[in-house]
Design a protein around this ligand. Structure first.
Ligand code: LHQ
Length: 250
Protein backbone atom coordinates (compact mmCIF):
# COMPACT_ATOMS: atom_id res chain seq x y z
CA UNK A 1 0.00 0.00 0.00
CA UNK A 2 1.47 3.35 -1.02
CA UNK A 3 -0.47 5.00 1.79
CA UNK A 4 -0.93 3.32 5.15
CA UNK A 5 -4.11 4.51 6.87
CA UNK A 6 -4.88 3.72 10.49
CA UNK A 7 -7.12 5.03 13.24
CA UNK A 8 -6.22 5.50 16.87
CA UNK A 9 -9.06 7.06 18.83
CA UNK A 10 -9.98 10.30 17.08
CA UNK A 11 -6.72 10.47 15.10
CA UNK A 12 -6.53 9.33 11.49
CA UNK A 13 -2.90 8.52 10.75
CA UNK A 14 -1.62 8.58 7.18
CA UNK A 15 1.84 7.25 6.32
CA UNK A 16 3.16 7.97 2.84
CA UNK A 17 4.72 4.66 1.99
CA UNK A 18 7.09 4.72 -0.97
CA UNK A 19 10.32 4.83 1.03
CA UNK A 20 12.48 3.73 -1.92
CA UNK A 21 11.64 7.10 -3.59
CA UNK A 22 11.46 9.17 -0.38
CA UNK A 23 7.66 8.88 -0.65
CA UNK A 24 7.49 10.90 -3.89
CA UNK A 25 3.98 11.42 -5.27
CA UNK A 26 2.65 9.09 -7.95
CA UNK A 27 -0.91 9.10 -9.33
CA UNK A 28 -1.61 6.08 -7.12
CA UNK A 29 -0.40 7.90 -4.00
CA UNK A 30 -2.45 11.00 -4.88
CA UNK A 31 -5.58 8.88 -5.30
CA UNK A 32 -5.00 7.11 -2.00
CA UNK A 33 -4.45 10.46 -0.29
CA UNK A 34 -7.67 11.81 -1.82
CA UNK A 35 -9.61 8.83 -0.44
CA UNK A 36 -8.01 9.21 3.00
CA UNK A 37 -8.83 12.92 3.13
CA UNK A 38 -12.45 12.01 2.38
CA UNK A 39 -12.33 9.49 5.22
CA UNK A 40 -10.97 12.27 7.44
CA UNK A 41 -14.31 14.09 7.12
CA UNK A 42 -15.93 11.38 9.25
CA UNK A 43 -17.25 13.16 12.37
CA UNK A 44 -15.45 10.62 14.57
CA UNK A 45 -12.10 11.83 13.24
CA UNK A 46 -10.89 14.79 15.28
CA UNK A 47 -7.41 15.27 13.81
CA UNK A 48 -5.20 13.90 11.05
CA UNK A 49 -1.54 12.98 11.32
CA UNK A 50 0.64 12.72 8.21
CA UNK A 51 4.11 11.20 8.16
CA UNK A 52 6.45 9.32 5.83
CA UNK A 53 7.87 5.81 5.91
CA UNK A 54 11.66 5.40 5.88
CA UNK A 55 14.13 8.28 5.86
CA UNK A 56 12.05 10.83 3.94
CA UNK A 57 8.79 12.67 4.53
CA UNK A 58 7.98 13.29 0.85
CA UNK A 59 10.20 14.25 -2.12
CA UNK A 60 7.37 15.87 -4.11
CA UNK A 61 6.39 14.72 -7.56
CA UNK A 62 7.91 11.39 -8.62
CA UNK A 63 10.01 12.73 -11.45
CA UNK A 64 10.13 9.32 -13.16
CA UNK A 65 6.34 9.24 -13.58
CA UNK A 66 5.55 12.55 -15.28
CA UNK A 67 5.93 11.15 -18.83
CA UNK A 68 4.02 13.16 -21.42
CA UNK A 69 1.35 14.48 -19.07
CA UNK A 70 1.23 18.27 -19.02
CA UNK A 71 2.43 19.52 -15.66
CA UNK A 72 -0.54 21.91 -15.37
CA UNK A 73 -2.88 18.95 -15.90
CA UNK A 74 -1.18 16.91 -13.16
CA UNK A 75 -1.61 19.82 -10.79
CA UNK A 76 -5.25 20.31 -11.77
CA UNK A 77 -6.04 16.59 -11.45
CA UNK A 78 -4.14 15.65 -8.32
CA UNK A 79 -2.31 18.33 -6.38
CA UNK A 80 -4.84 21.12 -6.15
CA UNK A 81 -7.81 18.95 -5.10
CA UNK A 82 -5.77 17.28 -2.34
CA UNK A 83 -4.29 20.51 -1.05
CA UNK A 84 -7.75 22.11 -1.06
CA UNK A 85 -9.20 19.12 0.77
CA UNK A 86 -6.48 19.33 3.42
CA UNK A 87 -6.77 23.09 3.95
CA UNK A 88 -10.58 23.08 3.98
CA UNK A 89 -10.82 20.12 6.34
CA UNK A 90 -12.50 21.55 9.43
CA UNK A 91 -10.07 19.79 11.75
CA UNK A 92 -6.36 20.04 12.48
CA UNK A 93 -3.72 18.26 10.42
CA UNK A 94 -0.34 17.56 12.04
CA UNK A 95 2.76 16.69 10.02
CA UNK A 96 5.33 14.45 11.70
CA UNK A 97 8.43 15.39 9.69
CA UNK A 98 10.59 12.30 9.85
CA UNK A 99 13.05 13.35 7.14
CA UNK A 100 13.41 15.44 4.02
CA UNK A 101 10.38 17.23 2.54
CA UNK A 102 11.06 18.56 -0.96
CA UNK A 103 9.02 20.22 -3.71
CA UNK A 104 5.35 19.41 -3.32
CA UNK A 105 6.38 17.39 -0.25
CA UNK A 106 7.56 20.62 1.40
CA UNK A 107 4.30 22.20 0.26
CA UNK A 108 2.32 19.37 1.85
CA UNK A 109 4.24 19.82 5.11
CA UNK A 110 3.65 23.58 5.20
CA UNK A 111 -0.04 23.19 4.35
CA UNK A 112 -0.54 21.22 7.56
CA UNK A 113 -1.57 23.14 10.66
CA UNK A 114 1.53 22.30 12.62
CA UNK A 115 4.73 20.40 12.15
CA UNK A 116 6.69 18.35 14.62
CA UNK A 117 10.17 17.57 13.35
CA UNK A 118 12.63 14.83 14.00
CA UNK A 119 16.16 16.19 14.37
CA UNK A 120 16.79 14.59 10.95
CA UNK A 121 14.02 16.52 9.18
CA UNK A 122 14.71 19.12 6.51
CA UNK A 123 12.80 21.23 4.00
CA UNK A 124 14.00 21.80 0.42
CA UNK A 125 12.05 23.88 -2.14
CA UNK A 126 13.20 21.68 -5.05
CA UNK A 127 11.19 23.43 -7.73
CA UNK A 128 13.75 25.99 -8.83
CA UNK A 129 16.42 23.30 -9.22
CA UNK A 130 14.40 21.87 -12.12
CA UNK A 131 13.24 25.21 -13.52
CA UNK A 132 9.77 25.14 -11.95
CA UNK A 133 7.94 27.56 -9.70
CA UNK A 134 6.44 26.63 -6.32
CA UNK A 135 3.06 24.90 -6.51
CA UNK A 136 0.69 23.05 -4.18
CA UNK A 137 0.24 26.30 -2.25
CA UNK A 138 3.91 26.64 -1.29
CA UNK A 139 4.14 30.25 -2.49
CA UNK A 140 1.17 31.03 -0.20
CA UNK A 141 2.17 29.06 2.87
CA UNK A 142 5.86 30.05 2.70
CA UNK A 143 4.93 33.72 2.39
CA UNK A 144 2.56 33.49 5.35
CA UNK A 145 4.95 31.54 7.53
CA UNK A 146 8.23 33.24 6.61
CA UNK A 147 7.25 36.66 5.26
CA UNK A 148 7.79 37.64 1.65
CA UNK A 149 11.51 38.45 1.75
CA UNK A 150 12.55 35.24 3.51
CA UNK A 151 10.16 33.17 1.38
CA UNK A 152 11.63 34.59 -1.83
CA UNK A 153 15.16 33.99 -0.62
CA UNK A 154 14.42 30.39 0.37
CA UNK A 155 12.35 29.46 -2.68
CA UNK A 156 14.86 30.85 -5.15
CA UNK A 157 18.01 29.61 -3.40
CA UNK A 158 16.80 26.01 -3.04
CA UNK A 159 18.53 26.01 0.34
CA UNK A 160 17.95 23.01 2.60
CA UNK A 161 16.50 24.19 5.94
CA UNK A 162 17.42 21.78 8.73
CA UNK A 163 15.34 21.08 11.82
CA UNK A 164 17.07 23.66 14.08
CA UNK A 165 16.69 26.45 11.55
CA UNK A 166 13.10 25.43 10.84
CA UNK A 167 12.38 25.76 14.57
CA UNK A 168 14.07 29.18 14.71
CA UNK A 169 12.00 30.32 11.72
CA UNK A 170 8.78 29.01 13.23
CA UNK A 171 8.26 26.46 10.44
CA UNK A 172 8.12 23.61 12.96
CA UNK A 173 6.79 23.87 16.48
CA UNK A 174 9.18 21.43 18.12
CA UNK A 175 12.07 19.04 17.47
CA UNK A 176 12.33 15.57 18.95
CA UNK A 177 14.75 12.68 18.60
CA UNK A 178 13.88 10.45 15.62
CA UNK A 179 12.86 7.57 17.89
CA UNK A 180 10.41 9.80 19.75
CA UNK A 181 8.74 11.43 16.76
CA UNK A 182 5.84 9.05 16.23
CA UNK A 183 4.83 9.00 19.90
CA UNK A 184 5.08 12.78 20.33
CA UNK A 185 3.19 13.53 17.09
CA UNK A 186 0.45 11.06 18.07
CA UNK A 187 0.20 12.65 21.50
CA UNK A 188 -0.13 16.16 20.01
CA UNK A 189 -2.65 15.00 17.38
CA UNK A 190 -4.67 13.28 20.11
CA UNK A 191 -4.71 16.49 22.16
CA UNK A 192 -6.09 18.34 19.15
CA UNK A 193 -8.64 15.60 18.46
CA UNK A 194 -9.74 15.81 22.10
CA UNK A 195 -10.12 19.61 22.09
CA UNK A 196 -13.50 20.58 23.53
CA UNK A 197 -16.29 21.02 21.01
CA UNK A 198 -14.94 21.97 17.59
CA UNK A 199 -12.65 24.64 19.01
CA UNK A 200 -9.45 23.41 17.32
CA UNK A 201 -11.06 23.05 13.88
CA UNK A 202 -12.76 26.43 14.20
CA UNK A 203 -9.45 28.04 15.19
CA UNK A 204 -7.98 26.59 11.98
CA UNK A 205 -10.85 28.21 10.03
CA UNK A 206 -10.27 31.55 11.70
CA UNK A 207 -6.55 31.60 10.97
CA UNK A 208 -7.14 30.64 7.32
CA UNK A 209 -9.75 33.38 6.89
CA UNK A 210 -7.44 35.97 8.48
CA UNK A 211 -5.25 35.81 5.34
CA UNK A 212 -7.83 37.63 3.25
CA UNK A 213 -10.09 39.34 5.77
CA UNK A 214 -10.02 42.91 6.98
CA UNK A 215 -9.87 43.32 10.77
CA UNK A 216 -13.59 44.11 10.79
CA UNK A 217 -14.47 41.02 8.74
CA UNK A 218 -12.37 38.91 11.06
CA UNK A 219 -14.09 40.31 14.14
CA UNK A 220 -17.42 39.33 12.63
CA UNK A 221 -16.28 35.78 11.74
CA UNK A 222 -14.86 35.38 15.26
CA UNK A 223 -18.19 36.49 16.66
CA UNK A 224 -20.09 33.95 14.53
CA UNK A 225 -17.78 31.05 15.33
CA UNK A 226 -17.68 31.98 18.99
CA UNK A 227 -21.46 31.88 19.09
CA UNK A 228 -21.41 28.45 17.42
CA UNK A 229 -18.68 27.22 19.80
CA UNK A 230 -20.68 28.36 22.81
CA UNK A 231 -23.67 26.32 21.63
CA UNK A 232 -21.67 23.09 21.97
CA UNK A 233 -22.47 21.22 25.21
CA UNK A 234 -18.72 20.97 25.98
CA UNK A 235 -18.66 24.74 26.53
CA UNK A 236 -21.44 24.71 29.13
CA UNK A 237 -19.90 21.71 30.85
CA UNK A 238 -16.46 23.34 31.02
CA UNK A 239 -17.82 26.62 32.42
CA UNK A 240 -19.97 24.78 34.97
CA UNK A 241 -17.01 22.64 36.03
CA UNK A 242 -14.85 25.76 36.45
CA UNK A 243 -17.44 27.57 38.55
CA UNK A 244 -18.18 24.46 40.64
CA UNK A 245 -14.48 24.08 41.40
CA UNK A 246 -14.19 27.71 42.52
CA UNK A 247 -17.23 27.46 44.75
CA UNK A 248 -15.91 24.20 46.19
CA UNK A 249 -18.98 22.29 44.99
CA UNK A 250 -18.88 18.87 43.26
C1 LHQ B 1 13.07 10.37 -6.19
C2 LHQ B 1 12.62 11.69 -5.99
C3 LHQ B 1 11.59 12.20 -6.82
C4 LHQ B 1 11.57 10.14 -7.90
C5 LHQ B 1 14.19 11.27 -4.57
N1 LHQ B 1 11.10 11.38 -7.77
N2 LHQ B 1 12.54 9.61 -7.14
C6 LHQ B 1 4.04 18.99 -9.66
C7 LHQ B 1 3.45 18.63 -10.87
C8 LHQ B 1 4.15 18.09 -11.93
C9 LHQ B 1 5.40 18.06 -12.16
C10 LHQ B 1 6.41 18.55 -11.37
O1 LHQ B 1 6.31 18.80 -10.07
C11 LHQ B 1 5.32 19.05 -9.28
C12 LHQ B 1 5.64 19.35 -7.92
C13 LHQ B 1 7.02 18.96 -7.44
O2 LHQ B 1 7.10 18.35 -6.43
S1 LHQ B 1 8.39 19.45 -8.32
C14 LHQ B 1 9.73 18.93 -7.31
C15 LHQ B 1 9.95 17.46 -7.42
N3 LHQ B 1 10.93 17.02 -6.45
C16 LHQ B 1 12.22 17.23 -6.58
O3 LHQ B 1 12.71 17.82 -7.52
C17 LHQ B 1 13.10 16.63 -5.51
C18 LHQ B 1 14.06 15.64 -6.12
N4 LHQ B 1 14.85 15.02 -5.07
C19 LHQ B 1 15.90 15.60 -4.50
O4 LHQ B 1 16.28 16.72 -4.78
C20 LHQ B 1 16.62 14.79 -3.46
O5 LHQ B 1 16.32 13.43 -3.65
C21 LHQ B 1 16.27 15.20 -2.02
C22 LHQ B 1 16.83 16.61 -1.73
C23 LHQ B 1 14.76 15.18 -1.78
C24 LHQ B 1 16.90 14.19 -1.05
O6 LHQ B 1 18.27 14.02 -1.34
P1 LHQ B 1 19.07 12.78 -0.74
O7 LHQ B 1 18.80 12.68 0.70
O8 LHQ B 1 20.48 12.95 -1.19
O9 LHQ B 1 18.41 11.49 -1.40
P2 LHQ B 1 18.60 10.90 -2.89
O10 LHQ B 1 18.61 12.04 -3.86
O11 LHQ B 1 19.73 9.96 -2.90
O12 LHQ B 1 17.22 10.11 -3.10
C25 LHQ B 1 17.01 8.81 -2.55
C26 LHQ B 1 16.24 7.98 -3.57
O13 LHQ B 1 14.96 8.60 -3.77
C27 LHQ B 1 16.93 8.01 -4.94
O14 LHQ B 1 16.67 6.77 -5.54
P3 LHQ B 1 17.84 5.63 -5.60
O15 LHQ B 1 17.20 4.50 -6.35
O16 LHQ B 1 19.01 6.26 -6.27
O17 LHQ B 1 18.15 5.30 -4.15
C28 LHQ B 1 16.20 9.09 -5.68
O18 LHQ B 1 16.23 8.92 -7.07
C29 LHQ B 1 14.77 8.92 -5.16
N5 LHQ B 1 14.04 10.16 -5.29
N6 LHQ B 1 13.34 12.22 -4.98
N7 LHQ B 1 11.09 13.44 -6.67
Amino acid sequence: MVLEVSRDGGVLELTLNRPEALNAFTAELHEALAAALKQARDPDVGAVLITGAGRGFCAGQDLSEIGDTAVGELIRRHYNPNLRALRSLGKPVVAALNGVAAGAGAALALACDLRIASSKASLVPGFIAIGLVPDSGLSWTATRLLGEARAFDWLTSNRRIGAEEALALGLVSEIVEPGELAARARERAQQLADALGDAAGMTKRLLAAAATHSFDEQLELERQLQQAASEHPDYQRAVTAFLDKRSGAG
